[in-house]
Ligand binder design. Sequence first.
Ligand code: FAD
Length: 314
Amino acid sequence: DPSDLLRAAMLQLSDSDLVRGMVVRAPMSRGVVARYVAGETVDEAVAVTAELRTTNRLATLDYLGEDTTDRARAEATRDTYVRLLDALAAADLAAYGAAEVSVKLSAIGQALPADGDAIALDSARAICEAAARAGTTVTLDMEDHTTTDRTLEALRALRVDFPWVGAVLQAYLHRTEADCRDLATAGSRVRLCKGAYKEPPSVAHQDGDDVDLSYVRCLKVLMAGDGYPMVASHDPRLLDIAQALAGHHGRSPDSYEFQMLLGIRMNEQKRIADRGHQMRVYVPFGEDWYGYLVRRMAERPANLQFFLRSLATN
Ligand code: FAD
């Protein structure tokens, strides 16, 4: 499939420092970024969250950054999350989980050479304490497959004190149906997505149809179980199937939710919320938007036009 090739090429290209430098400096980039990213500061992210609220959309906020190998940076990210949660509470946006946060463990220390897991866990605890004060929840984003076990381990540790901490499972991984079974228990919040990283065939489905079939098998497990499924996809077929399965299992609209990314299918997000479903928007913000943006571009060849134009005008 040519679009799979394109996607792989883009993800590879994104590792190049030269390309990174060109994109970050390109004047067009700002426009592209603004569609997918809610600004660079806590205040801008809070403003976008308030705006989404006017159309009954919930939010999960992500302070961009990943694979931090600098301890000070990891601590600054932790502190920004705490500040963000305080600001959301002050703006009356966090109560009852209306706005929560999504956290990448590699942004708060997991990738540090020494004691990374312990440092990330400590920082995650500090973020969870701030979330508890604000009356909301935390979801641990899932990164590449080398970190899956460690992230699920951190989830287990955090849920002892903060049972509402959620996890993300990626349908493209062969292991994920089994992980869904483990996590489809009472009180367990699980976001199911297709998966966004370039992964080898030994661990992940490579074919889009196989990923979709896996997504449906995982949905069945989650919807049949006692947990709280968070259906993160823009794929209309999968959204229909999720809704049918929720109906089949007699789930009430408050026992699961839909999630989409800021900037993608925004009108559909509003329609879903209008129909009385819980619709949560993933709201990334911060200066470190490059890796996030490239993954979004790679998902859709049409977006490549924006990307190339931003290089051409440089
Ligand atoms: P696709 O098949 O990619 O897209 C279906 C349709 O949606 C497309 O035909 C198109 O109409 C539309 N669409 C999709 N992407 C775009 C785009 N970029 N621009 C415009 N239209 C588009 N991945 C992880 O690996 N770890 C995570 O923790 C994680 N968290 C996520 C949280 C949320 C709330 C969401 C929505 C996604 C998350 N993802 C995460 C990303 C996810 O894995 C996919 O890469 C992404 O959602 C695209 O898959 P899709 O299900 O939308 O289906």
